[in-house]
Design a protein around this ligand. Structure first.
Ligand code: MSP
Length: 509
């Protein structure tokens, strides 16, 4: 039976249009989903949009739209980008959908009914210009720590979630499941935060209306993070356990950015504990991108627009760059120079050249027909072994979400291929008819190694891999043995490959 695998991205706010930060998480999730499907797993990949809350309401009002009009307009921007980026999601959830609203209401009611949500009063120090509540200890001389203006003590009726009750249970869970929060350094941050003491959390608001009403008390809307986090189960049909929810929950991994880790590693697990549901197996927080050394921001006008990048460099180059350039989990810097460098050196030179050289040689020496490999020499055997080892390494690295290491392992084999050609000098053997069988075996090793390389790359660069595999005469790109040596059948006709990536002139913008 195939193994269920559930991966999610955050759901993106519709008060902003997509940028490379959003594309980054979504591409990473897509690579995992595609890889798992290639391995034969039964994958559910969820993404979507976060459409409620005060922020969205404000931006809509400023734009002279209703919040739903704004959401309807912006959601198409996300969906069009995901199509252009070859994102293979299973479902796209919008928090304004009926299925989501019903699931959230159910979750809220359940936790309320058992007494872990109660009605109380929010009493804290409020900074009106910043619209932020502060605790007394956060204030500096009773002034707002952000803007230094006077604050006032405000009371607001609010529902609270008894988060404090789950503090020890959460710590025990984190302790017993060392892989639950990743990377490690972030896990330690969360542990310290929880140990400082969890306060009960306000989970409703009365100061605005754009949200899901609290069941039985519609003066309140449910706090946007309670609403948003629940998407991971409502997207599977919660509370109905007879379908996807029963089959895929708990999630294998929630991919998120480091700024929203606390919500995913503290709030969400405690909500789930209160509802008696299992916790996600892993929450992985990746780093942030800066742009040419600076924070990406609207005011600096340096927001990197993924559509523009794709039009200029191609979808697979962008997908490759995002995951190769920076170890997942660390911050990274985006620059056009770095992207062009990766395209020219890794994609055009290493990957593209190897395929062009080897398919051109097969075409010249054997009319493009793959020969049955006779006996392998030590050198052939070494090349075969590193290829097989790569498959195991990629599996391990992707298990750890180490995308750049996985790509590095693949590129080690690509380099080994280019070196193998130089060492074997097929052009010399081709001059000696008695070496025909030997030449056939070398060509076999070269092409078979690349078949496996491209079978793996199908997760990272789907259209490039499809092009390459089609040159190699492979039409069936699925099946559980695609990563095993020997898949390329003797007698297969291989086409001479066009360059996979044209070189880009490196000039200053
Ligand atoms: N709506 C919430 C998430 C709710 S999930 C239940 C939200 N949305 S967001 O649109 O503001 O951000 C979504 C993701 O984009 C976050 O994971 C955030 O880390 C990521 N990024 C935003 N800017 C980024 C960079 N500059 N670099 C990398 N990722 C960035 O938060």
């Amino acid at each position: 039976m195939s193994r269920a695998f559930y991966v999610s991205t955050p759901i993106y706010y519709v008060n902003d249009v997509p940028h490379i930060g959003h594309a980054y998480t979504t591409v990473a999730a897509d690579v995992l989903a595609r890889y798992r499907r290639l391995r034969g797993d039964d994958v559910f990949f969820l993404t979507g949009t976060d459409e409620h809350g005060q922020k969205v309401e404000k931006v809509a009002t400023a734009a002279g739209e209703t919040p739903l009009e704004l959401a309807d307009r912006v959601v198409t921007r996300f969906q069009a980008l995901w199509e252009k980026l070859d994102i293979s999601y299973t479902d796209f959830i919008r928090t304004t959908q009926e299925r989501h609203k019903q699931g959230v209401s159910h979750l809220f009611e359940k936790v309320l009914a058992q007494g872990d949500i109660y009605l109380g009063e929010y009493e804290d120090w409020y900074c009106t210009p910043c619209e932020t509540f502060w605790t007394e200890t956060q204030l500096i001389d009773y002034k707002c720590p952000d803007c230094n203006r006077p604050t006032e003590k405000l009371k607001e009726e609010s529902y609270f979630f008894r988060m404090s009750k789950y503090q020890e249970q959460l710590l025990a869970h984190i302790d017993a499941n060392p892989d639950f929060i990743q990377p490690r350094s972030r896990r330690n941050e969360i542990v310290s935060f929880v140990k400082e003491g969890l306060r009960d959390l306000s989970v409703s608001r009365t100061s605005f209306t754009w949200g899901i009403p609290v069941p039985g008390n519609p003066r309140h809307v449910i706090y946007v993070w309670f609403d948003a986090l629940a998407n991971y189960i409502t997207g599977l049909g919660y509370p109905d356990a007879s379908g996807a929810f029963g089959g895929y929950w708990p999630a294998d991994v929630h991919l998120i950015g480091k700024d929203i880790l606390r919500f995913h590693a503290v709030y969400w697990p405690t909500f789930l504990m209160a509802a008696g549901l299992p916790l996600p197996k892993k929450v992985f927080a990746h780093g942030w991108w800066t742009v040419e050394g600076q924070k990406m921001s609207k005011s600096l006008q340096n927001v990197v627009e993924p559509n523009m990048l794709i039009d200029k460099y191609g979808v697979d180059a962008v997908r490759y760059f995002l995951l190769r350039e920076v170890p997942f989990g660390l911050d990274g810097d985006f620059s056009h120079t770095a992207l062009v460098h990766r395209i020219n050196s890794d994609l055009a030179n290493d990957l593209g050249n190897l395929l062009s050289r080897s398919t051109a040689m097969l075409s010249k020496y054997f009319g493009g027909v793959v020969q049955a490999p006779g006996g392998l020499t030590d050198k052939d055997f070494t090349y075969k072994t590193v290829t097989e080892e790569m498959v195991r390494q990629v599996e391990r690295h992707l298990e750890d979400l180490a995308f750049s290491k996985a790509l590095q392992s693949i590129w080690d084999v690509i380099s080994a291929g280019n070196k193998y050609i130089d060492e074997m000098a097929p052009w010399t053997l081709a001059k000696d008819p008695s070496q025909k069988e030997r030449l056939g075996a070398i060509m076999y090793c070269l092409l078979e190694s690349q078949r496996i390389v491209h079978s793996l790359l199908a997760a990272f660069m789907p259209s490039t891999a499809e092009k390459a595999l089609s040159c190699l005469g492979i039409t069936d790109t699925g099946g559980k043995d695609i990563f095993a040596w020997g898949g390329l059948a003797a007698g297969t006709t291989v086409r001479k490959a066009e360059p996979l990536f044209p070189r880009i002139e490196e000039k200053e913008e």
